[in-house]
Design a binder for this molecule. Structure first.
Ligand SMILES: [Ca+2]
Ligand SMILES: [Ca+2]
Length: 475
């Protein structure tokens, strides 16, 4: 038995046996279908982020319940965003800020009961498939079963010959183009097949089913038919102001790195092809989501299953001369979040309140009537699920690296870097965050009101020990 198997068994053994009353309560709880999408920004039809995109299935799911139009990640990178959602703890408290940070080694997270573990402790069957946690840190104690397996959470994807297809040398996964295979050979398709199989089974107790899709994460290799939907010469490019970084402090400019990806994309004349590849990858994953939702809708669990779908952060495709996530502006922090909860949500609801992926854990606890966990740092969204216009005071906080924070309210974005430099944007008049108002004395009071929401503690980064496997920074 290896260490991981041991930990998993130890975690199971530690669960208290349920008494008869608890068992009966457990039987009546709703199921949870928990769908994660990697690196999906707000370029989906129902969020209006891109005029060309085709996402009929995500739009349909959003119409079944509440779409949070102003949802933000705790961190604009896979590992810290997912670790925060799954534990309910902020990066500034855990020290998990970046992709290589081994989150279970954080003093704050070492013994934490994760979201799926909490469901397990309440008698649920808890299974997962695909990318839920970041690749290098799959956390077997969180699951009773996993597809493809507890160590390798992600089925392999086929790759085309002749890489890089975009001609940009030495750019690793930063590549795009069609892969000549059938949908069925794609890793995400297999994850959907697995989830459909779970939904077709007879379950004798409630289930928590985690289903994690990898696209539109790089590389953007999906079958040709998805590329054909978006001819490169016709796609709409993001609206970019060439001198946008002139009023951004040096720490922000370093995050944007305009001489990095952006320069390469321009030099190789790849901007249109990149947008095409991202849109193609989005429609591919939309198709996978649609298959799983169809399977739920035709199953006996349709009316007893909560559906939550989220993406782990946004993605820049040239805005602020920046690419990828790893920054504190709207394109990187804004993510997809939608929920359908039988007997709680009504169809066709939009919620404009600034919410956080940190809020997912306490929300699912309340919806499923699990034992409350006072250590969680987010807030339940159930009041907003019932009434999307309900009062909501707290801004959404995003952290990128120690003591670099962004706060988003309905109208404003405020950024403060660790050296004290700042940005302030007015979304009522500047949705692209072009004009930094932080230096204008007129906004001093507004800034003071926002600053009080910044975390009081900013613990050091939990770093991988020397010799430990260091995952690719963009994995
Ligand atoms: Ca990601
Ligand atoms: Ca600017």
């Amino acid at each position: 038995m290896d260490r991981r198997q041991f930990l998993r068994l130890a975690a199971l053994a530690a669960l208290p046996a349920l008494d008869a009353a608890a068992q009966e309560r457990a039987q009546s709880r709703p199921n949870v279908l928990f769908i994660a999408i990697d690196d999906l920004n707000d370029w989906i039809g129902c969020l209006g982020g891109h005029p060309d995109v085709k996402t009929p299935n995500l739009d349909r799911l959003a119409d079944h319940g509440v779409l949070f139009t102003n949802a933000h990640c705790s961190a604009p990178a896979c590992n810290p965003s997912r670790a925060s959602l799954m534990t309910g703890i902020l990066p500034s408290t855990s020290g998990v800020y970046h992709n290589p940070d081994p989150w279970r080694e954080s003093p704050a997270l070492k013994n934490i009961i994760t979201l799926p573990q909490h469901f397990m402790a309440h008698g649920y069957r808890v299974v997962g498939g695909g990318k839920i946690y970041h690749g290098a840190f799959p956390d077997p104690p969180s699951w009773q079963e996993y597809f493809p397996d507890q160590k390798n959470n992600k089925p392999d994807d086929p790759v085309p010959n002749g890489r890089p297809l975009n001609g940009i040398p030495n750019a690793a996964q930063f590549d795009w183009g069609p892969v000549p295979v059938d949908d069925k050979e794609m890793g995400d398709w297999k994850v959907a097949d697995w989830a459909i199989g779970e939904l077709g089974r007879k379950h004798d107790k409630p289930f928590f089913l985690g289903c994690g899709f990898f696209r539109p994460h790089l590389p953007w290799y999906v079958p040709q038919k998805y590329f054909d939907l978006y001819p490169a010469d016709k796609v709409t490019l993001p609206n970019v102001k060439q001198d946008d970084l002139d009023d951004v402090p040096p720490m922000g400019r370093r995050m944007a790195k305009p001489e990095g990806d952006h320069r390469k994309v321009i030099e190789h004349n790849q901007w249109r092809k990149a947008v095409q590849g991202y849109l193609a990858s989005i429609t591919f994953v939309d198709t996978c989501v649609g298959r799983v939702i169809d399977a739920l809708d035709t199953s006996s669990y349709k009316d007893s299953t909560i559906v939550i779908l989220w993406s782990d952060h946004g993605w820049h495709l040239g805005e602020k001369l920046h690419w990828r996530k790893f920054a504190l502006w709207e394109e990187a922090t804004h993510n997809v979040l939608m929920m359908v909860a039988p007997a709680v949500t009504k169809p066709h609801q939009r919620c404009l309140r600034p919410v956080s992926l940190l809020d997912v854990y306490p929300t699912l606890i309340e919806l499923c009537d699990l034992k409350k966990k006072p250590d969680l740092m987010g807030r339940s969204l159930v009041s907003l699920l019932k009434n999307p216009a309900a009062e909501w005071e707290r801004p959404a906080l995003t952290t990128h690296g120690k003591d670099n924070h962004s706060l988003r309210t309905e109208r404003w974005r405020y950024i403060r870097y660790s050296d004290g430099s700042e940005e302030l944007y007015d979304h009522d008049n500047d949705e692209m965050e072009w004009t930094n108002l932080a230096g204008d004395p007129k906004y001093a009071e507004l800034k003071k009101g926002l600053i009080r929401w910044l975390p009081k503690e900013n613990v050091p980064e939990v770093k991988a020990k020397r010799g430990q496997r260091a995952p690719n920074a963009d994995d």
